[in-house]
Design a protein around this ligand. Structure first.
Ligand SMILES: O=C(O)CCC(=O)C(=O)O
Length: 273
């Protein structure tokens, strides 16, 4: 059954003016009861189908890091999941709030189960998520991108949920997390100590957070017995272009892309006009 505020077609509710204001001020926002539970069960079934009940039965995806075990979801190509991109596209457009009304492009979507810290796991991904900023990792030429962080079950801090450094999106580009020589970002950028850290978020079923790719964020280790299932959807402004740097999130050669050229619409679809 769908929630009263959710539209039939997108399985998402609209964002409110207060939520847009919170996002702009803090660099992130919690959207309570944003996604219909029916859509979450479809996403979880798909994730388990690809990665197994333990979230760890997939082949390694090529980037070994402790934050989570990741696997491409390709949700847009799945008729069961695709309707959600309409709601996510509209919400992303409202949060971006570009005066020119530029649209929203789907840049990436993947499952990111954080594996249990106490277990020996096959893949990496059973540690805490150290604090970092995403922007530079994505090799795009402008800011505006964001991550819809969608827990597929209700989770609190014990599961290794997200925290955000409020207002850190206003500090500019803070470098790649691999370039801190093992130090915490707060040692490299003591400016972050002047800002407040959000509480570690508790998510009821249907709640999500959205963070700007300029916002510093992290997460604790997963202290549960099983995986912390999350689905990450990354919209970008439709006019963002590849900046020519080596990207982690896409293969420019596979899409015949050139520096400062457009992202091809077939592989990176426009999800809001
Ligand atoms: O899921 C996590 O623990 C971290 C997510 C994250 O780092 C991100 O969205 O950039």
């Amino acid at each position: 059954m769908q929630m009263a505020t959710t539209t039939e077609t997108s399985f998402c509710r609209a964002v409110t003016v207060e939520e847009v204001t919170h996002y702009k001020e803090h660099g992130w926002v919690q959207l309570r009861r944003f996604i219909d539970p029916e859509m979450l069960s479809r996403m979880l079934a798909k994730a388990k189908g690809i990665m197994g009940e333990d979230g760890d039965s997939n082949p390694p995806y090529g980037i070994d890091q402790p934050y989570f075990n990741a696997q491409a979801a390709s949700g847009y190509a799945d008729p069961q999941i695709r309707p959600v991109f309409d709601g996510i596209g509209k919400a992303a457009g409202a949060l971006m709030d570009r005066k020119s009304g530029v649209g929203v492009r789907l840049f990436n979507d993947f499952f990111a189960p954080k594996l249990p810290a106490a277990k020996k796991t096959r893949n990496m991904g059973n540690g805490p998520t150290s604090f970092h900023q995403d922007f530079i990792t994505f090799a795009v030429d402008r800011s505006g991108g964001m991550t819809f962080w969608i827990p597929l079950e209700p989770y609190g801090p014990q599961a290794g949920t997200m925290s955000f450094i409020n207002g850190s999106h206003k500090l500019g580009v803070l470098g790649n997390y691999t370039a801190y020589d093992g130090q915490d970002i707060r040692k490299v950028w003591p400016e972050l100590d002047d800002l407040e850290m959000s509480e570690q978020i508790t998510y009821e079923l249907g709640d999500i957070t959205v963070h700007s790719h300029m916002t510093v964020h992290g997460a604790g280790a997963n202290m549960m017995d099983g995986p912390r299932w999350a689905y990450l959807v990354l919209p970008q402004p439709a006019d963002a272009r590849w900046n020519g740097a080596p990207p982690e999130a896409f293969d420019p050669a596979a899409h015949n892309m050139s520096p400062y050229g457009k992202f091809p619409d077939d592989a990176f679809p426009i999800i809001a006009g």
